[in-house]
Design a protein around this ligand. Structure first.
Ligand SMILES: [Mg+2]
Length: 220
């Protein structure tokens, strides 16, 4: 990374698979609960439910958004059901936490998840008092990333001048880039192939957020 002396005023971090690895453990539990919820509420087999779950996630940004549009599902009911899981498997990474603490500028979590879930995860990560705010799915008016309206609301809410966004999903970075933010893909080999990819709208790629932050702090 070249020395660039950019002082970002705002640092936005996605939560799942960006600040910690959600694929092993947390997502397994949530995916199972989602399948059950869809099967019960739409009266389809578990197998059909799984297909719908993935289809809506890819087409609508979140499974929930697809269920709201196509089946008028109550988001609060869905979220409380699928987040009734064991959070204790999420453990803090002290080295990462110390790096995040060193960052100058405003630090905000920007996630398609809902606030009670985010708070549980952040508590287990020991990151609860590090971020000044959480811009969650309700703050997004239930329009998940990558909906452009949500990024416009984000930018106006915090009056962002020079911002940077970290996310594991490339298409979640594109609207941010269109609106002038720098973007970092926290690359995840376990991500579904439909969701991966590269683009000119991604300024940096890393498969190790800690290494990226270390280099950034050294160079700036
Ligand atoms: Mg993510």
């Amino acid at each position: 990374m070249e020395k660039n002396n950019i002082d970002f005023t705002h640092w936005f971090f996605d939560l799942d698979n960006t600040l910690y690895c959600a694929n092993t453990g947390i997502f397994d539990q949530i995916h199972k609960k989602m399948g059950e919820f869809i099967s019960k509420n739409l009266k389809v087999s578990l197998k059909e439910a799984k297909l719908l779950q993935k289809k809506y996630f890819i087409e609508n940004g979140t499974t929930l958004h697809g269920l709201m549009i196509n089946h008028n599902i109550d988001p609060k009911e869905f979220l409380s059901y699928v987040h009734d899981i064991d959070f204790s498997i999420v453990k803090p990474d002290e080295e990462l936490n110390n790096l995040i603490k060193k960052i100058q500028g405003r630090k905000i979590v920007f996630t398609n998840a809902n606030i009670s879930y985010v708070e549980k995860i952040l508590t287990n990560l020991d990151l609860n008092n590090i971020f000044e705010d959480i811009f969650d799915i309700e703050r997004m008016n239930f329009l998940p990333k990558p909906n452009l309206k949500t990024y416009k609301k984000l930018i106006s809410t915090y009056n962002v001048k020079k911002g940077i966004l970290f996310d594991d999903i490339p298409k979640n970075l594109f609207p941010a880039s269109d609106l002038g933010l720098k973007t970092v893909q926290v690359y995840n080999k376990k991500l579904d192939k439909e969701l991966n990819g590269t683009s000119k709208k991604i300024d940096y790629m890393t498969n190790n957020l800690k290494e990226w932050l270390k280099k950034w702090i050294q160079n700036n």
